[in-house]
Design a protein around this ligand. Sequence first.
Ligand SMILES: Nc1ncnc2c1ncn2[C@@H]1O[C@H](COP(=O)(O)OP(=O)(O)OP(=O)(O)O)[C@@H](O)[C@H]1O
Ligand SMILES: [Mg+2]
Length: 376
Amino acid sequence: MTDMHHPSSTPAFLEVDDLTVRFPTRDGVVQAVTGLSYKVELGKTLGIVGESGSGKSVSSLAVMGLHDLERTDITGSIKVEGQEVVGLSENRMRKLRGNAVSMIFQDPLTALHPFFTIGDQIVEGYKAHHSGVSKKTARAKAVEMLERVGIPQPNRRVDDYPHQFSGGMRQRAMIAMSLVNDPKLIIADEPTTALDVTVQAQILDLLQELQRDFGSAIVIITHDLGVVAEMADEVLVMYGGRCVEHGGGKEVLTHPEMPYTAGLLSSVPDLVGDPRERLHPIPGTPPSLLSPPRGCAFNPRCGYTHLVPGEMCTRELPPLESGGRGSAHLKRCHLTDSGTVLAEQLPVYAGTAMDPGEPAGPTAEPDPTPKENAGE
Ligand SMILES: Nc1ncnc2c1ncn2[C@@H]1O[C@H](COP(=O)(O)OP(=O)(O)OP(=O)(O)O)[C@@H](O)[C@H]1O
Ligand SMILES: [Mg+2]
């Protein structure tokens, strides 16, 4: 809109710039998210990963305008389709939410009301954005949505209550709810955590299919690096409320430049055998968000600080900057040439580890060898 001469400078559908979220509490200020920036274009998927408490949900709730502004300090900028969301009135935010932007929540049970039928709940969002819809049209819409997310016999199941649905079906119903108005931006917060592997795969396929059909931008938040490898064009790693690594999905997952990311990758016990295996925790505990450590927040758990001169890791916060492998791959780490150091110590990354879940973007070359035989 601003600069027609350079197509690359066209604003992305979602632009988060220097987002900071603070919760003042009795014990002090919780620094949940600090200086977070990212962009997502239509048709693209950003994966956000990081341990529990790293600020993944808090940052996404800010994009949705779902924080209680009486108890939350938000600074920075969040633009959806060029429109500033930070400071937007609740009324205008509600219009955006569930229309252009929609969120699939971490826990389907808390997002579904037990006393209303699945159909009624799916249609609620539709009615809110289409005034004067007849009962019949609304019901037909609910059935259509259930069909779209692969619920069998949608004509009958539309009148069920949440408890009559299995976990996988509830998750699908939630997805149906969030997609009822064909949102251009979908934020999926751990959409598959509670599900068994087969249903997980179906849900992810469904999201990818919807993205193909509607060209939506997707932000997928997950602990699961297999999910990220399969879905994400770009990966953003969060630690202690900050972005610590950001780059192309395959690039970050095969050539991490931040020791924390390398730790996440190596803590998956058999990435080769089962890329969907959940993460095992890295030794040590996540940083306090009330009084974060000085320097790099990861320094107490990092095995590489001795390689950095001048005790920089404990003294100065590393900037988020290009690590050298490409200007688009950013890391927050003082260690020079950290990508090479990490690759030497963790040779598994350079090899076939992530092959089972290579993101199948439009630029991906067709692989002549069957995936089942890879990585043996
Ligand atoms: N309303 C709140 N008041 C105070 N602290 C909060 C509030 N909401 C979240 N936090 C804190 O902010 C931090 C980030 O939380 P967030 O929910 O974003 O983590 P997460 O990365 O989504 O973790 P998980 O993987 O467990 O979902 C946590 O330490 C959490 O306790
Ligand atoms: Mg969360």
